[in-house]
Every structure is written in C-alpha cells, then in structure tokens.
Design a protein around this ligand. Structure first.
Ligand code: 0X9
Ligand code: ZN
Length: 417
C-alpha cells in the first residue's frame, strides 16, 4: 500500500513538473507569507541575510516574503519565538504562477493587438508582452540601423556569461545640455523595469523636444544573465549569475557598489542580498561604474528602475540616521514626479527614504551615484504594483506603468531644467 502511494506521489510529481513552465519548476512548494504589517521587527531582514527567506518588496508596503520548502519549519519556529504573525497567501508558487499565466494568456488572446519583434523586424519595444533578451537585442539592432543621427548604441561591457550590456545614448543638439541616466533590469525578476526602460527610449525618440535640454543615457538591461535565467530556469531569480564555486550562485548587483559596502548586505552567497566577495567584484557593476564615471560631470539625474512597491526612493539607503545633503530638494523634486505620474489615472507613488523602512541596504547604485559621483538628483524608482502580482505583473500593466513614469519624468525634467 505504501508502495502504491509512493508511486502515485511520484507520478503526480512528474505530471506537475511537466505542466510547470520551465522557469516555475524551481518554485514548486515555495510559499508566500504576508507578515502582519503592525509588526516592526528587524528579524526578517536578518533572516534574509542568512538566506532563510526572500523579502519581496524592500520598500515595505506589501510585507510579503518567500519561503523555500526546506526553510518553512525553521522560519515558522523563529517567527513564533519572535511573536511575528503571518498568513500563508500562496502555498505553492509554481502552481500559482501557472494559473495566473493561463489567465493572462486567455485575456491576451482576446485583447492583444498584433505586435511583432522578430529577427528581421522589431521596430518597437513590445507593450503587451515582456521581451526576451534576444528580442531586446533585435530591437536595439533595428534602432541602430534606422536612427543613426539621433542615437548612439554601444556595449559598455560584458556579463559573466559574455552577454553585452547595452547603453543607448539619445543625443541632444544643445551643447550645454545636461545628462539623464536610466538603469533598467539590475534585478532579474523585476521584468517591468526593462519594459519601462525600453518604452522610455521609444517615447524620447518620438518626442524631439525632450532632447532640447537633455542628453539621455539609457542602459535598459544591465543584468542580462540574470534576466535570461529568470526566463529559462527560475522566475524569481534576482541576482546576477556569478559562479560562487559550489555554493549558491549569484551576487546582488544592488549591494556590490563601493559606497559603505557591506553595511546592510549579506556576506552569505545563498542570500538574495549577497554583496559579492568585494566591492565592484562583478563585471556588470564595473561596466556601469566606468560608463557613469566617464560622464559624471554632465549627469544631473540618475534613475534606477526596480519593482515593486510604487515608491520613489531617495538616498541614503545605507543608514536612515544620516540625511542626504540635498534631502529637501530630493523630496520636493520627487513629489513633482509623483504628481505628474498620478495625472491621467496613473498610480500613486510615495516619495520615501530608501532606508526609512526596516531594511537598510548599502552598495546600491543610488547611494554610490550620490556619494561618489555627487549627481544632484538620484532615485530608485520602485514601479508597479503594490504587491498583488509583484514581479509577475500582468502584461496589461506595462503600458499604463510606462505612461505614469513618462508623465512623472517629464514633470521632473521641467523642474530640473
Ligand atoms: O533592495 C533593493 O535593492 C531595492 N529594492 S528591491 O525590492 N527592487 O530589491 C531598493 C534599493 C534602495 N536603495 C538603497 N537601499 N540604497
Ligand atoms: Zn530591485
């Protein structure tokens, strides 16, 4: 009898793994817990450093964490001791993602206008689908062939797995123009980030007046290995793909920059926030550092696109006890962005300090850009949503999310100009 049960279980497991899209298979049995928002404990942050759980939204509004099956018991025990209460809102992430994807697909069949991005034709970034890394390169190739006068596309370096990190420069004719830098896709699973970055490139090219005062430097996909891996193997992959020699792979590229390196980051490779063996140990952050440093004298705004939470975060992230030198102006300008974003039915974005919640984090793009490059306006923008779909944001949200960022950015740039 036990043998029969065992056989049935095995068969069920095989069926389950076959129906799982390949990038959900790793997530069988992973749970999402929603912590009681009244609890203000540093314990989850500490547990994340130890690799026991994965905080999904570092700016805090959704209070959700992912727990791997092998850690469920331990995490539950620690929470009990600490008096942290929670609700299991998803008990099998793989099954959940599959059902959401089916719904999305059914909806798309009805509503989707036909978009194309193939090797021979990719004239627009997709808005009703997320683009694969290959489609991103096809689009950039197309852009390079068609828009020579206005743009300059270059590879600023290679990832661990030898993929290019592309930088799109949309040029201004104005010799005294200041520069805007946009970074997309640093965290692999945050697919809305590159989608918005590519949408911004297209919007800027279609609105000539945008370049009358500004040069734009947009690096729309800065963690190509991690992104690819989130398509092929693990939809929740966050880090890059460094081989940590036998231990868990990957470095959190938003903990690897050399400014207060190691404060509020993990030294444990299995943690989602592993900072890496040393500051700037990663080819991806080295490439960004060098390309940004080369242009530092003209940079006036640096925007790092992430998800999720709908927050515009201003530095510092390494400590909330020290205020950024231009904190008041960062808040004032941030509110102008948020007002712009909210127009025409856009969502609400809160302007908050990166380290204001429970989670200090150092070694991020934003702190380095303010602390070392001394760029005046530096933000991390946590895009949609507020936790309902999180990283697997519906493709229905791509266009409205781009619109609100575009409206916000335009207002912000009017203010800066
Ligand atoms: O924790 C992060 O790296 C960012 N949040 S995310 O959920 N996208 O991972 C926020 C970074 C904010 N900046 C600093 N803490 N310096
Ligand atoms: Zn992120």
């Amino acid at each position: 009898m036990t043998r029969l049960l065992w056989l049935v279980e095995l068969l069920l497991a095989i069926v389950a793994s076959n129906v799982s899209a390949s990038n959900y298979r790793e997530l069988v049995g992973h749970q999402i817990w929603k912590l009681d928002s009244r609890m203000k404990s540093k314990m989850p942050s500490q547990m994340m450093s130890e690799g026991l759980l994965d905080i999904l939204d570092h700016s805090g509004p959704s209070n959700q964490v992912r727990v791997m099956p092998k850690h469920v018991e331990t995490v539950n025990k620690i929470f009990k001791n600490e008096g942290i209460t929670y609700e299991v809102i998803i008990d099998d992430l793989a099954a959940y993602f599959e059902s959401e994807e089916l719904k999305d697909r059914a909806r798309r069949d009805v509503t989707e206008e036909q978009e194309a991005c193939t090797e021979s034709r990719c004239t627009k970034p997709l808005k009703t689908q997320y683009m694969t890394f290959q489609q991103m390169e096809w689009y950039l190739q197309n852009l390079n062939d068609s828009q020579h006068r206005k743009i300059d596309i270059s590879s600023i370096g290679k990832s661990h797995e030898n993929r290019d990190i592309w930088l799109v420069h949309i040029k201004s004719d104005n010799a005294s123009a200041r520069s805007v830098w946009v970074e997309g896709g640093l965290h692999a699973r945050e697919w809305i980030s590159p989608a918005v970055a590519f949408g911004l490139i297209d919007n800027i090219l279609n609105n000539e007046e945008m370049t009358s005062n500004f040069d734009f430097f947009i690096a729309p996909m800065v963690n190509p290995d991690g992104y690819e891996y989130s398509w092929t193997n693990d939809r929740m992959w966050r880090k890059n793909r460094r081989d940590n020699e036998g231990r868990c792979d990957g470095v959190d590229l938003n903990r690897n920059w050399d400014f207060h390196f190691g404060v509020g980051a993990s030294s444990y490779p299995c943690s989602e926030t592993y900072m890496g063996p040393s500051a700037f140990s990663e080819p991806e952050t080295q490439a960004l550092r060098d390309a940004m440093t080369n242009r530092k004298d003209n940079l006036t705004l640096i925007l790092s696109l992430h998800s999720y939470g709908q927050d515009l975060l201003y530095p510092w992230g390494w400590s909330h006890l020290v205020a950024a030198p231009n904190k008041e102006e960062l808040i004032a300008a941030g509110n102008i962005f948020a007002d712009g974003a909210k127009r025409d039915g856009g969502h609400t974005y809160s302007v908050i300090n990166s380290a204001g919640g429970m989670y200090y984090a150092s070694g991020a793009t934003d702190d380095w850009a303010l602390g070392v490059l001394k760029t005046k306006y530096v933000y991390t923008l946590e895009l949609r949503d507020d936790g309902k779909r999180g990283f697997t944001l519906s493709t229905e949200d791509i266009d409205p999310c781009l619109k609100e960022v575009w409206n916000g950015l335009r207002k912000l740039l009017e203010h800066i100009a």
